[in-house]
Design a protein around this ligand. Sequence first.
Ligand code: SAM
Ligand code: ZN
Length: 146
Amino acid sequence: MMSEVIHIAASPIHGRGGFASARLAAGTRVIEYVGERITKAESARRCEAENWFIFGLDDEFDLDGNVEWNAARFLNHSCEPNCEAVFEEGRVWIVALREIESGEEVTFNYGYDLENYREHRCHCGARSCAGYIVAAELLPHLRRNS
Ligand SMILES: C[S@@+](CC[C@H](N)C(=O)[O-])C[C@H]1O[C@@H](n2cnc3c(N)ncnc32)[C@H](O)[C@@H]1O
Ligand SMILES: [Zn+2]
């Protein structure tokens, strides 16, 4: 289901992205990241096939967001994101980390690990951009070793 608080449009970061349709307060659940619930085995197969839309849900299941009913799949990554992915009772929400202006692009950190990180260049445009799409907690490691 399309979120009422964002719309999809061309993004300066990459392709299309999600943009706030109104001012959003910090803590707003901007959109639910929905998708197909799949087993770990199926998830491993899809990751091997370079599906980048998969979230780990729990010890048994993952969520493949690469489905047309998941508008959140258009959200781009940023090294200085205005949202974060929050896991709650088996569901994934994209939640505002701060107030977001109407028209501002909605981003979150994809949380990618360092495997093949050089294949994922980041064009988020943030002052602190790491140059690659990696999880926030790995950025210091990346900066030390690049
Ligand atoms: C979930 S899609 C996001 C929607 C995408 N912009 C589109 O138009 O389909 C993820 C892909 O978008 C691109 N992307 C997202 N954030 C990016 C960033 N900060 N820098 C460069 N490419 C990015 C990468 O190609 C990534 O694999
Ligand atoms: Zn960046």
